[in-house]
Design a binder for this molecule. Structure first.
Ligand code: THG
Length: 594
């Protein structure tokens, strides 16, 4: 085509994003080989279901295609202009590229055994007039069922129109094969599930070594159930073939895990093995400057992959001399990575997530005690000095070496401090983060003192690390505020269980409640009362989405136990309907419940 002199390469009727990416990159390679540069127009096909064939929403398509650096984005085929309207609106309002709309002449239907399309030339032209003068579409035409008469009518009506000015607001984020997930989360921070990690989870490592891929996938889907927005996937393990492991696992995660994937590896070729499977938009974890910024350096290879596959990148604040420790050093590295990514690789600020890194606060090493503060201060400064970028932190690193109960609390407190400073995203074990209100005061205070390195006290001997070890010396399980509930009625105890998402002992309390109430009363009067407290707290900002979801899971478990005990006519009643009819991902369930 290039040798033949085409003016534009059109990648059209794409019903699968992976195919679209392959086609766009094939165009690029052909141009490189021919030594020419020709614009690329990339168009997806949205079915009558409102999604692409595998279930991809237009938002995910925009998120995945826009960073590929094509020149025009659009949709064609499958339906007529009326059915396309909403998708076109989303394209013109959230993509910064020129938008193409090439509809069929209406929805196809069969008349006397022949395909027929309902729109007359004039009707098609009127739809296009609206696309151009109302939505600012700049490339129009006709797909199946359109005739030379249709095109003539479109040209006659639209050639002289001035497209309405657009003010698109792109939404930086990642995408699964199904949906787009903004990096900026308004009700919460972006939760990146840490468990699918061969170094960070024994269960995942064992599943991977046994090549039990279904078990690996289950760890990923479980993170999503525990409210992760993204999942961090790391297969790096000494002695294994990382490319083969990534190939096996990413191919499954790409379709079976509903959340976008963060490819966590020290090896660019392992990241690439993952990228080859991901139709949505991945995040690369990570680039850094440990071997400089020259050609062939790690940073060069990771930013090049991001460009080629349209991925976002986590930038670690590490340079040729090591992991940045103090704030000035962290900021120097951040500015260098930012300059490099945006000027040499054409990445946008919103494609970058900076990770200021934290050393364990738990070592007692005097040199490391100020590191929590440096990390939090770096988050604040990155957000002001590099507008448009995001920040991310692997939170669990801060508590390595402590016992699980202490880790859970320290992680939660450190995360809360970092979020206050402007942290956008955290790599965490989603289900193990606690809201500060559920942490006993003495534990919260000592953790916060450790984070802020507050030592000395009145007699000069206070050391939060020693106190922390003391406070947790006799706490074995995960901690939750233990209050004396002996005087509480069963009604109060049960609705509190929903609010605090306490599953342990739930069935026993349900059985006690059933001595006084019918199963339907328990659901409608007691459990839903708890859920409405959750709703109020969520609405007032006191409770973040992850905890709402934990409450919803507890509610679901209770209903699953009670529903079979109900009278036939009561099954599927108010409380049970709420829970059994909400489909879709867990975030929707949480929001709908609220
Ligand atoms: N920044 C970025 N990426 C990262 C990190 C970071 N990726 C890896 C890591 N740090 C974040 N992920 C984890 C995963 C698990 C644990 C800590 C960090 C962890 N695991 C328990 C342990 O090792 O004790 C689990 C034990 C088990 O279940 O077997 O603590 O900082 N960009």
């Amino acid at each position: 085509l290039i040798d033949g002199g085409v003016d534009l390469l059109l990648v059209e009727t794409q019903f699968d994003l992976l195919g679209l990416k392959a086609a766009v990159n094939a165009c690029r390679r052909a141009m490189e080989a021919a030594g020419e540069s020709i614009p690329i127009q990339a168009q997806v096909t949205i079915e009558l279901t409102g999604r692409m064939l595998p279930g991809t929403e237009i938002g995910a398509a925009i998120g995945a295609i826009e960073p590929l650096g094509v020149d025009v984005i659009g949709i064609n085929c499958a339906t007529g202009p009326a059915e396309m309207f909403e998708h076109v609106q989303q394209l013109t309002s959230t993509s910064s590229l020129p938008v193409a709309v090439i509809p069929n002449a209406g929805l196809p239907h069969v008349v006397d055994g022949e395909m027929a399309y309902g729109l007359t030339p004039r009707q098609l032209a009127e739809h296009h007039e609206e696309f151009v003068s109302r939505l600012g579409v700049t490339v129009i035409g006709g797909c199946c069922g359109t005739t030379p008469e249709h095109i003539a009518a479109v040209v006659e009506k639209c050639a002289g129109l001035t497209p309405s000015p657009r003010n698109p607001q792109p939404i930086p984020g990642a995408a699964s094969l199904y949906s787009h997930v903004p990096f900026a989360q308004d009700t919460s921070f972006l939760i990146i599930g840490e468990r699918p990690n061969a170094n960070g989870s024994r269960a995942f490592r064992e599943a991977m070594l046994a090549e039990d891929w279904d078990a690996c996938v289950a760890i990923g889907t479980n993170q999503v159930r525990e409210s992760a927005h993204l999942v961090d996937l790391c297969v790096d393990y000494v002695g294994r073939d990382g490319v083969a492991d990534m190939d096996a696992i990413a191919s499954r995660f790409a379709t079976q895990v509903a959340a976008p994937i963060v490819l966590d590896s020290t090896e660019p070729e392992v990241m690439e093995a993952g990228l080859e499977w991901i139709g949505g938009r991945a995040v690369l974890n990570s680039a850094n400057l440990e071997d400089g910024d020259g050609p062939g350096s790690r940073a060069d290879r990771v930013f090049s992959l991001a460009r080629e596959y349209g991925a976002a990148v986590i930038c670690l604040l590490i340079d040729e001399t090591g992991q940045a420790r103090d704030v000035e050093w962290k900021l120097r590295v951040a500015h260098r990575l930012y300059e490099m990514a945006t000027t040499r690789y054409g990445l946008r600020p919103g494609d970058l997530l900076f990770d200021p890194l934290t050393f364990p606060l738990s070592t007692g090493d005097d040199n490391l005690r100020g590191d929590g503060i440096a990390t939090i201060e770096a988050i604040r400064r990155i957000k002001t000095e590099l507008p448009g970028v995001f920040t991310v932190l692997g939170v669990s690193n801060c508590s390595f070496g402590l016992k699980p109960a202490a880790r859970q609390v320290l992680n939660s407190v450190f995360l809360a401090e970092a979020v206050k400073a402007g942290l956008d995203a955290a790599i965490v074990h989603a289900g193990k983060i606690m809201p500060l209100s559920r942490i006993p005061d003495d534990q919260r205070v000592v953790c916060s003192d450790l984070v802020w390195n507050r030592r000395g006290g009145e007699d000069g001997t206070y050391d939060p690390l020693t106190t922390l070890l003391d406070v947790f010396s006799d706490v074995s399980g995960p901690t939750a505020e233990v209050e004396d509930r002996s005087g509480w009625s069963i009604t109060e105890r049960l609705s509190r269980r929903i609010v605090d998402a306490e599953r342990e002992g739930l069935i026993g309390d349900l059985d006690s409640a059933l001595e006084e109430f019918t199963p339907l009363q328990v659901v409608n009067e007691i459990l839903l009362a708890g859920m409405s407290v959750v709703g109020e707290r969520f609405a007032s900002g006191d409770m973040q989405l992850p905890f709402v979801l934990q409450s919803a899971e507890t509610m679901k478990a209770a209903v699953a136990y009670l529903e079979p005990k109900m009278e036939r006519k009561d099954q599927g009643g108010k409380g049970t309907i709420v829970l059994s009819t909400v489909k879709g991902d867990v975030h929707d369930i949480g929001k709908k419940l609220v």
